[in-house]
Design a protein around this ligand. Structure first.
Ligand code: CO
Length: 151
């Protein structure tokens, strides 16, 4: 495994739409393992492939004890909404509240190409939405309702 550099705001790669993953191979495994190591060190809740310079529909989410690898993820159902603070490893120093669904259902593939369903609420739902937005070049700052200073 290896650490990858996290791309910061202003880099045009963060604004591109990512390509669907069609090959579930060793290269994908290495990417996922590297992203996990990078996320753990950065102490974040999630990381999307474009944040490490790879324009593929791959994201990982780590909230409490839950860890997900999401390949070609899609939000297929949402319920409720919640305005809550958010941040992003690519936008250091920026904090703000964003309105997200309170519950989401995600359909994705795992690293072997097998389709699965993941459900989350609260912070986990927020992380799913935030990371999937990255795959379409959307940053949370686009959706900030109120900026605030980090304590
Ligand atoms: Co982010």
């Amino acid at each position: 495994m290896a650490l990858r550099n996290i791309v910061k705001d202003g880099d045009p790669i963060l604004r591109k739409k990512c390509r669907e993953v069609t090959e579930f191979n060793e290269r994908l495994n290495v990417l996922l393992d590297d992203m996990r190591e990078t996320l753990v060190l950065a102490n974040g809740a999630g990381l999307a492939a474009p944040q490490v310079g790879v324009l593929k529909r791959v994201a990982i989410v780590s909230v409490d004890d839950a860890f997900y690898e999401l390949i070609n993820p899609e939000i297929i159902e949402t319920e409720g909404e919640e305005i809550s603070p958010e941040g992003c490893l690519s936008l250091p120093g920026i904090c703000g509240t964003v309105n997200r669904p309170y519950k989401v259902t995600v359909r994705a593939q795992d690293r072997f190409g097998k389709t699965f369903i993941a459900r989350g609420e609260g912070l986990l739902a927020r992380a799913f939405c935030h990371e999937i937005d990255h795959l379409d070049g959307i940053l949370f700052e686009d959706k900030i309702i109120d900026y605030y200073e980090e304590a």
